[in-house]
Each structure stands twice: as C-alpha cells, then as structure tokens.
Write a protein that binds this ligand. Structure first.
Ligand code: NAP
Length: 307
C-alpha cells in the first residue's frame, strides 16, 4: 500500500498508539511516525523497541510538521494535551483521537483546535486488557469497527483520508453522532466492564474463598470476568467519569433486569429463565455471524497467542 500521511504524530504510546504504529509500519502507510509519551520511562521503552521513527520529549515537538496527529491518552487527559499541542499544529493538519467516549472528548478538545486544522474524533472498537508501549500489535484493528464522529461541517476530504488510513490498517469504518456513540458503547462496552469489575469485587469480598477456591477452580465465566476486570484502571476510571449519563442509564436498566431474573429464580419460574437465556444465546450467535468473534471458547484466543 502507499503512504497516506507523510508524518503521523502519536501522542501517548500505549496499546492503541503502539498498535497503530505497528499496523502503519506493516503496510507502509506513513512516511514517518513520531511519538511522544508523558513519562520518560515509556519514552525510553519506545526508543528501545523502535516503536516509532523518532520519539520526542515534548508533545509540542512531536506534532510540529505532522499532517496527522493522534491523541491516544486517557479520555480525561485529552483536553490538557490538546491545549499543549494547539499552537504547534501545522495548518491543514488533521487531529484525531481514539478515546472510548466521544462527546466529552469533543467538548474538551474542540475549543483548542485552531482555524485551518481538521478535528475528526474517532474510536477503534478494539482492545485488550493490556496496556503500555509493549502491548501493541499490528493486527489489533483487523476486521474490527473504528467509529468516526465528525462534527457538522467537517471537511469531507480530511474525513475520507482518515477513513482511508483506518481501512488500510484493516478496520471497518462507520460514522456516528457522538451522543449516539456514547449510548451504544455504554451498552456494548462500558456497562459490561463495570459489571465485570463488580463481579470480581464481589468474589474479592468473599476473602475466605478468594484465596483458594475461586482462583483455583475459576471456570470460564468468572475467569473471563477477571480478564475484563484487569483492564487499565486509569482508562476505565475516565470512561465512567466522562460517559456518566449513558452508563447510569444502562446500569439502571441492568438492575431492573437483574431483579426480574432474581424473582424468577426465587419463584422457581424455569420457563422465564429458559426463555430469557434462549434470547441471549441468539444475540451471541448474531455477534459471531457479524464476524465480531469466533466460535472458539475463551474469547477466540488460543493459549499463548497474542491477545
Ligand atoms: P495505555 O496503553 O494505558 O496508554 C496510555 C498512554 O497515555 C500512555 O502513553 C500514557 O503515558 C499516556 N497518559 C496517561 N495519562 C496521561 C496524562 N494524564 N497526560 C498525558 N498522557 C497520559 O492506553 P490505551 O489502551 O492505548 O488507551 C488510549 C486511549 O484509547 C484511551 O483514551 C482509551 O479510552 C482508548 N481506547 C482504549 C482501548 C483499550 O481497550 N485499551 C480501546 C479503544 C480505545 P505514560 O506511559 O507515560 O504514563
């Protein structure tokens, strides 16, 4: 494939930025990849493993002359990073982000973007529970969705060019209104993560069993919850703080459903439980048919393979 952006600046060098660097390198999509991370420790690792062509000590230095700037930091840090880089952005450049929440990022970043620079928010629906500069891999986005939430009046050419890069990294793109994105993600990602965190927390409170039976005999259900609950604490704290309304809405509905099932169990209503579980099984089949997971157990991963 050919070069889509001459110079890409990655601000934040964790799972998502690292995976982008690998994916862009693999297909030769960027003339040059420049990186910056907040801590010296991360910058040192990035230099050591050759994650980018050049690692800069400041975000301002990293974005100078870039035609694409990717903000790949936790959602709560986006505004501050945008303020820092704004005076150094090249005219005509595109700024995108990969944050898991969209409206809050638009509110925080949008006001800092200078005239003549295109801001096109985005969110790759791909991830693992791992984080940091060593966690990225080129195939993370392959066959996954990457949603863009362009603002009204966004430059169509700049948006198409970014979509082109995303497609060339193997992902499928779609466009969505930011508020709708936040509601959809509250259902499909944010609330499920909170439920996993809670379930693992419940087991942890039962200290007596946690030390022994729960860990030792951990079967697929609980084990998979622990995988999700091992996700980065900073990232997920910020997701909940910045997608508050939608997450609370979905959790309210979840609690109602939980009471319905709790009552069915108490009343011995097997038919209701069977019908409910039959409907949820059909949803799982739909996800597999849509190519968003495989039939294989353990989230489709083979032991020892890259997540
Ligand atoms: P990550 O692996 O934890 O890396 C985060 C990066 O952001 C690190 O380089 C870190 O720098 C930097 N950072 C952290 N706090 C910062 C702050 N206050 N100011 C400036 N930089 C800061 O994270 P990630 O998984 O790549 O996530 C990055 C973004 O992608 C987040 O907005 C997240 O919501 C979104 N996202 C994540 C996933 C996922 O599954 N992980 C999926 C889709 C989207 P240091 O290393 O120097 O601390």
């Amino acid at each position: 494939m050919s070069v889509i952006y001459n110079r890409v600046a990655l601000i934040g060098l964790g799972l998502i930025a690292g995976s982008m660097a690998h994916a862009m390198r693999e297909s030769g999509l960027a003339g040059e990849i420049i990186g910056h991370a907040r801590s010296e420790a991360t910058r040192d690792i990035a230099r050591e493993i050759g994650l980018c062509d050049r690692i800069c000590d400041s975000a301002a230095e990293a974005v100078a002359g870039a035609d694409l700037v990717v903000l790949a930091v936790p959602v709560g840090a986006m505004g501050q990073v945008a303020a820092e880089i704004a005076p150094h952005l090249a005219p005509g450049a595109t700024v995108t982000d990969v944050g898991s929440v969209k409206q809050a990022v638009i509110d925080a970043v949008g006001p800092h973007i200078p005239e003549g620079v295109h801001f096109i928010p985005g969110h790759p629906l791909a991830g693992t529970e791992h984080s940091g500069p060593r966690s990225g891999f080129a195939s993370l986005f392959r066959n996954r969705w990457w949603l863009l939430t362009p603002l009204p009046g966004a430059d169509p050419q700049a948006t198409d060019r970014l979509s082109g890069l995303i497609a060339a990294m193997g992902a499928k793109t779609d466009r969505m209104e930011p508020g709708h994105h936040d509601l959809v993600l509250a259902v499909t990602s944010h609330a499920p993560h909170l439920i996993a965190y809670t379930m693992v927390g419940v087991a942890d409170h039962l200290r007596r069993v946690t030390d022994e039976e729960v860990i030792q005999y951990s079967a697929a259900g609980f084990r998979d919850f622990t995988r999700i609950a091992a996700s980065d604490p900073t990232m997920w704290r910020d997701v909940f703080l910045h997608n508050r309304e939608a997450t609370l809405d979905i959790l309210g509905r979840f609690t109602e459903e939980l009471f319905v099932l709790q009552r069915a169990i108490r009343m011995g209503d097997g038919d209701q439980l069977f019908d409910y579980f039959s409907r949820t099984r059909a949803i799982r089949r739909g996800i597999i048919e849509a190519g968003q997971d495989t039939e294989a157990p353990d989230f489709g991963r083979t032991p020892g393979a890259k997540p």
